[in-house]
Write a protein that binds this ligand. Structure first.
Ligand SMILES: [Zn+2]
Length: 66
């Protein structure tokens, strides 16, 4: 039972990492892009890829290191 749970958690973590790897969010006022789960982001205005964020002149957040 416990082993099965660990396997499920592992899958979720891996899916989460794959998803978080190239999708980032930006906020209304900030000039940084963040992972969607960054603790400094309370509300984001747009979800985009890292490449798009860079092209728009955003820099990576130092807290969540996207
Ligand atoms: Zn952040």
């Amino acid at each position: 039972m416990r082993r099965k749970l660990a396997a499920v958690i592992m899958l979720l973590v891996m899916a989460g990492v794959a998803w978080a790897a190239d999708m980032v969010v930006i906020t209304a006022k900030g000039k940084k892009y963040h992972r969607p789960n960054c603790r400094t982001v309370k509300q984001f205005v747009k979800e985009l890829t890292v490449d798009e964020a860079r092209q728009l002149g955003y820099k990576p957040c130092k807290v969540c290191k996207p």
